[in-house]
Design a protein around this ligand. Structure first.
Ligand SMILES: C[S@@+](CC[C@H](N)C(=O)[O-])C[C@H]1O[C@@H](n2cnc3c(N)ncnc32)[C@H](O)[C@@H]1O
Length: 289
């Protein structure tokens, strides 16, 4: 059996396909604010988010938690990490506060995708969520200050997510609407991570980058000051939802330089499905060639 098994080729394995998808979705987003398709459905996204919170170990206090999503698309998975699951407060109680550890709470998010339009969409979605959240918090606080009591109600409504999330395991995807505050953070504050975390979105090909600096070099000047500080640090978590699946459907081989058993350097052609895991592993060793 070959170690590099081939799947039947599909348009989902081509950049042209994804460019078209996201160019269309950017158009719809600009017209209507619709965030676009969530691959495998909202339920899969929420399951992954919940898995992260349930399984990632507590980290040293003050440490930044760096999360990267490979092939981030519209970034809905990445952004969902800014909203802990409804029962997460209980989890926090389990952490020994004297041990100077904090629970895992991602506060530096990076998304990479080779489709420029997807990066544009991801940036738009992140901004739109921030704006919506800020308006909601400000409105609720104003109502509260005016003694309208509605403030509390609005805050509670926004927090009402919790019930939704508990029900989610029984719900069908169709019944789940991310716009109904179901992904709202537990604490409705202006210093909420949803407002204070600025995700970094990078256009880059995960099959062909030479090293992490290659990827970061695609960032605009305004973003590089922030990223340069962390460029050599490993990621705490690297996520993939649907990206490996998509690129495994491509049979456009990638030229990969290797040194053979005789110490000679040569270039071999390899399938994306074989190259990708190695490239993802390389993300962690950052500056190595
Ligand atoms: C099925 S979509 C999933 C998008 C997103 N992760 C989600 O769950 O909504 C696959 C994504 O992988 C991206 N992608 C495919 N091959 C890639 C590559 N070689 N480098 C970077 N991104 C890639 C596509 O542009 C697309 O956004």
């Amino acid at each position: 059996m070959s170690t590099e098994e081939e799947l039947p080729p599909s348009k989902l394995g081509t950049k042209e396909y994804w460019d078209k998808v996201y160019e269309r979705e950017v158009g719809v987003f600009q017209d209507t604010g619709d965030e676009g398709e969530v691959w495998f459905g909202e339920r899969a996204m929420v399951k992954m988010r919940d898995w992260v919170y349930a399984n990632c170990p507590p980290v040293q206090q003050g440490k930044r938690i760096r999360v990267m999503e490979c092939g981030c698309g519209n970034a809905t998975l990445l952004l969902s990490l800014l909203t802990p699951p409804a029962n997460d407060d209980d989890e926090e109680d389990d952490i020994d506060q004297s041990a100077s550890f904090n629970r895992f709470y991602p506060n530096q998010l990076t998304g990479i995708d080779y489709s420029e339009a997807s990066i544009k969409l991801a940036q738009g979605v992140a901004q739109q969520r921030r704006d919506k959240w800020r308006r909601k918090v400000e409105k609720a606080k104003k109502a509260d200050e005016n003694g309208e009591n509605k403030g509390d109600q609005q805050l509670d409504d926004a927090r009402g997510v919790k019930e939704h999330q508990d029900e989610l395991s029984e719900d069908d995807d169709e019944d789940y609407d991310s716009d109904d505050d179901s992904l709202s953070p537990a604490s409705l504050e202006l210093n909420d991570p949803l407002l204070t975390t600025s995700p970094l979105f990078i256009t880059g090909d995960l099959l062909t980058f030479r090293n992490i600096r290659d990827l970061y070099s695609a960032l605009p000047e305004s973003d590089t000051w922030e990223s340069n500080a962390d460029i050599d640090e490993p990621w705490d978590l690297v996520l993939d939802k649907g990206t490996f699946d998509a690129l495994a459907l491509s049979q456009d081989t990638i030229p990969v330089p290797i040194t053979d058993a005789n110490g000679e350097e040569k270039v071999v052609q390899r399938l994306p499905s074989a190259v990708y895991p190695e490239k993802v592993a390389q993300l962690d060793s950052n500056i190595s060639e």
